[in-house]
Design a protein around this ligand. Structure first.
Ligand code: SF4
Length: 207
């Protein structure tokens, strides 16, 4: 079992939005990240994902807003967002103020994804978190978002519902409790996530 790291106080602990995706996938991954951070390598898969998102920003600048069903909008790329109240921080691929920042009636969040599959619950929670962060930062309501599939060159809409918003808060609260209690969560019911997991050698109960 690895040595535990000292975790930041509650008011200093801001989770990455991408942590929410991991949390749905397997909560234990987050335990390793925050309570034993020296264990996590940056895998080749993660590096490839970072590169493909950077490339997509260049293509997005040339793409029409019709990809999102919009006639007009002002785009902002790769925006750093953080909120102590939400306990979150992250970098959003694309935000669109409709029709412009100065006259906006709504803002839209867009995340690029490398998959051709429809977005699962883990991606939806992540996009909802970006919506909450953007609302807090821009003070513009965010009611919807899109996933943009890089391989398919298609967008997939997502309504930012009250239920999704509540799920973000519940997940952050549970993640904070896990980190501060230094309690390792149980393994996921399905062992599929474990097959290619970089922490597999530390999870003696799943091998
Ligand atoms: S090996 Fe399985 S249980 Fe352990 S962290 Fe990875 S996904 Fe979670």
């Amino acid at each position: 079992m690895p040595e535990f790291a000292e975790v930041p106080a509650a008011e200093q602990l801001l989770f990455e939005v991408t942590d929410l995706k991991q949390w749905v996938y397997c909560p234990r991954v987050l335990f390793y990240r925050y309570c034993a951070p020296e264990l996590r390598p940056l895998t080749d898969l993660m590096r490839a994902g970072i590169r493909s998102h950077a490339d997509e920003t260049g293509r997005e600048e040339r793409r029409s807003l019709r990809s999102y069903g919009l006639e007009a909008g002002e785009r902002a790329f790769d925006i750093g967002l953080r909120s102590a109240a939400l306990g979150l921080r992250g970098r959003l691929d694309l935000a669109i103020a409709v029709p412009s920042r100065s006259q906006a009636t709504e803002a839209i969040v867009v995340e690029y994804k490398d998959s051709e599959r429809p977005a699962g619950p883990h991606f939806k929670l992540q996009l909802a978190a970006y919506a909450l962060l953007l609302e807090a930062t821009w003070s513009i309501p965010v009611r919807r978002g899109f996933f943009y599939s890089i391989p398919l060159r298609q967008s997939e809409p997502l309504a930012i519902t009250p239920r999704l918003r509540a799920q973000v808060g519940q997940a952050v609260t549970a993640m904070q409790a896990m980190v501060h209690g230094e309690r390792m969560p149980g393994a996921p019911t399905s062992r599929r996530p474990c097959i290619a997991c970089e922490f597999r050698r530390f999870c003696n109960d799943v091998v």
